[in-house]
Design a protein around this ligand. Structure first.
Ligand code: GLN
Length: 219
């Protein structure tokens, strides 16, 4: 496949892929599903979606994408991990082995409890949007430590929910499962892409709670 310069890839092995591609489209950014190492060529950024981090780690290894992502990152690729993706990017995974270990944070998996303890809330992330954002946590980890080169973008109770270093963004919640486009716009800016400024709320009026449950093949 030829490179699409300026595109953002979404790792397409398992988890919430189409929802991220839909949000990228809503902000006018070319999104590209990435199943194979060759598909990383020319990307400005890569989103590692939520799903199940153990499963994703196994698939990344089996398909040779672990080394390919590390190499692409060394060459300048920006990364965003949502939930399971953040777990894979973390340098420390409390009580378990870390995987890519590219950002100096510690995460505690499933720190809120079981899938039934998933929840929504609203909070302000001042660096990302002027209005409070709707947040969806699905059996999320907590970020329990951030290193010196890491900035917290959203802190709640006893944990950090979103953080970044120079080229990596991590969120333990799922912006792609809400009408909010703010974090996708923030990541696009971080990737150096030219995206339009949003209005204060930056919510897609066409989004419905069911829009992300439709099946939309992209092979
Ligand atoms: N609980 C999952 C894990 O530990 C993450 C859940 C998610 O990505 N929403 O991998």
């Amino acid at each position: 496949m030829s490179a699409t310069v300026g595109a953002v890839g979404v790792l397409d092995l398992q988890g919430g892929v189409q929802e991220h591609l839909d949000h990228l489209q809503r902000i006018g950014v070319t999104g590209r599903p990435v199943k194979r190492a060759v598909e990383l060529a020319g990307l400005a950024g890569l989103i590692i979606p939520g799903g199940e981090s153990t499963c994703l780690a196994r698939l990344l290894t089996i398909f040779g994408l672990r080394a390919a992502i590390e190499q692409a990152y060394d060459k300048g690729l920006n990364l965003w991990g949502t939930c399971a993706g953040a777990i894979l990017l973390a340098r420390e995974n409390v009580g378990e082995a870390s995987f890519l270990g590219l950002i100096d944070i510690a995460v505690n998996r499933n720190a809120f409890g079981s899938q039934l303890d998933s929840f929504h809330c609203t909070a302000l992330a001042p660096a990302v949007a002027r209005e409070p954002l709707p947040l969806t946590f699905i059996r999320a980890p907590k970020i329990v430590r951030i290193g010196a080169g890491v900035r917290a973008l959203l802190s709640l109770d006893d944990y950090v929910a979103a953080a970044e270093d120079a080229r990596i963004l991590v969120t333990v919640f799922h912006p792609e499962l809400t009408p909010s486009l703010a974090f996708h716009r923030y990541f696009a800016h971080k990737c150096g892409l030219n995206v339009a400024e949003a209005d204060d709320a930056d919510l897609d009026p066409g989004w419905t709670p069911h829009s992300w449950t439709r099946f939309s093949p992209h092979a």
